[in-house]
Design a protein around this ligand. Structure first.
Ligand SMILES: Nc1ncnc2c1ncn2[C@@H]1O[C@H](COP(=O)(O)OP(=O)(O)OP(=O)(O)O)[C@@H](O)[C@H]1O
Ligand SMILES: [Mg+2]
Length: 201
C-alpha cells in the first residue's frame, strides 16, 4: 500500500479580507520517498499550500493530514510537526533569523537539543555543501539575495526533515549554484527524504 506523508482533502483557504479564495477545494497527496514538483502560474496558490502544509495557516474548511492524522493547531504539536516538515520560504528574508551565516544555520539545530558535536558537524557540512564557508562570519543582512537564498536552504536542510518543501529554491541562484543545489537535493532524496518543490524552472 502506498504511504502518504502529506494529504490535503477539500482544503479551502481565503486570506483575511480577500475577496477570492486562494485555495478552492484542493485535494492532493504527497507519497513518501518521492520527489514532487508543484507547477502553476503566479498566484495559483503554491506558497499558500506550503504555509498550510506546516500549519502556519489553518484551512477555513477541509483537512490537512500528516501521516494520516489531521493536523492539530496547538504550539506543542506544531513545534514537532515543523521538525518533520521543513519549509524553505520563497523569500529568504523571511527565513533568516540570526546575525551571522554560521549562527543562522546553527539556530534551528540548537533548538532541537542535539549534542554540540553533532551541531558542529552538520553546520560545517552545510557550509561546504552550499559554498558558504568563506561567508560563515558575515552578517546575513550583508549578503546578496542569492547568498541569502543558499543560507535559507541550508538552514532547513541541516534539520534533516522527513519532508523537505522548497518554494522556488532556484530563484536568485546562478547556473552553478542551481546545479549544485540539484546535486545536493538528489543526495538527500537518496537518503530517504521526500521532496516537494514549487518551481517555474
Ligand atoms: N498575505 C496575503 N493576503 C491576501 N492575499 C494573498 C496573500 N498572499 C497571497 N495572496 C493571494 O493568494 C493567492 C495565492 O497566492 P500564492 O502566494 O499562494 O501564489 P503562488 O502560486 O505561490 O504564486 P507565485 O508563483 O507568484 O509565487 C493570490 O491570488 C495572492 O494574491
Ligand atoms: Mg509563491
Amino acid at each position: 500500500m502506498q504511504e502518504y506523508l502529506l494529504e490535503f482533502e477539500q482544503v479551502y483557504y481565503t486570506y483575511p479580507g480577500a475577496q477570492e479564495s486562494a485555495l478552492n477545494g484542493l485535494t492532493l497527496r504527497i507519497p513518501s520517498s518521492k520527489k514532487c514538483a508543484l507547477i502553476g502560474q503566479n498566484g495559483c496558490g503554491k506558497t499558500t499550500l506550503f504555509l498550510l502544509a506546516n500549519g502556519l495557516y489553518k484551512p477555513n474548511s477541509g483537512v490537512v493530514r500528516w501521516r494520516g492524522e489531521p493536523l492539530s493547531y496547538n504550539r506543542n504539536y506544531l513545534g514537532k510537526l515543523r521538525q518533520k516538515v521543513g519549509l524553505v520560504f520563497q523569500d529568504p528574508e523571511q527565513q533568516l533569523v540570526a546575525s551571522t551565516v554560521e549562527e543562522d544555520i546553527s539556530y534551528g539545530l540548537c533548538n532541537l537539543g542535539l549534542p554540540d558535536s553533532e551541531i558542529k558537524d552538520r553546520v560545517e557540512q552545510a557550509l561546504v555543501e552550499f559554498e558558504l564557508t568563506a561567508l560563515a562570519e558575515r552578517p546575513v543582512h550583508h549578503l546578496s539575495l542569492g547568498q541569502k537564498k543558499r543560507v535559507s536552504i541550508a538552514d532547513v536542510m541541516v534539520l534533516k526533515p522527513e519532508l523537505l518543501i522548497l518554494d522556488e529554491p532556484t530563484a536568485y541562484l546562478d547556473i552553478r549554484h542551481t546545479r549544485n543545489l540539484i546535486t545536493t537535493l538528489k543526495k538527500i532524496h537518496q537518503t530517504g527524504t521526500t521532496l516537494l518543490m514549487a518551481t517555474h524552472d
